[in-house]
Write a protein of this length. Sequence first.
Length: 308
Amino acid sequence: IQNLVDRLNQISPYQLKINLVGNPLICSCHSFDFIDWMQSHSRNIENWDELQCTYFNYSIVNMHAIDIGMMKLSCWKTVILAGTIPCGILLLFLAVVILAYRRRYKLHYWYLQFRAIIKRNNDEENDYDFDAFISYSSLDKTWGQATLYATLVGIHHYSICIDDRNFRLGAYISDIIIDAINRSNKVILIITQNFLRSKWCTYELNIARGELSNRGRDCIVLILKEPIDVLPKELITPTLRSLLDTRVYLEWSEDEDRKGVFWRKLRDALGEPRPRQEEQTNSPYTMPQNEEDEQLVENFMRENSQLL
């Protein structure tokens, strides 16, 4: 009808009049072109000053009084708000998810530490099932078990927790680690390049650092399997650097005389072996040391006597 009116205005010597009174006209965000055309052709509209339409909030307004610019601004503002608020919430949610993912190990560490504190406060006695828990990289497994574990268990009769012998199957590794550390009087960390490159070893280091604060006493024994100047500086985390700067650590050496000093200092750090308990705490994560462990130690000492 708009094109028809324009054409008739061009070819007719008379002014065309359109009577729209009584028609249910709607002035909405979809009516910009129609309202603009009506206002520009008001001379062709019968009773233009009285012509009304239904506005946004169902109010009735005079069509000639409508400001197209303000109407467009109101419409766009509604559309912008309708799109911006959900997008803002989505972006905020994504930012929180990304931050939580990047800090997932730290968050999990805090959660486990908090849970361990609650559990420890609920325990009537602060007792341990193991004299020490040994943390080492799987690439350093031979030395960690055949030398360190075998000597401490087979010769000095300590009760030691290691992953191969005392971790139960089926549970989450993070839960097993926190349980093993909580049930051990000391935590022995075998620091090597392999250790520092291992995600789980770093995780155990952070858990042990938290235990140091929670227990209020020294429970960490650092063993440098490799000289400290060999360790790449980029692998030394602030946590490890803090421990190295504030605690005495042991250095392993193949020199026979220095080996004797090493074992003496390690025994001093661990203290006397704890008396064997007939009944140990039943844990879904760790198993107590048993006769099979003793047999394993004998095999280690027999097959790897040259490492001791």
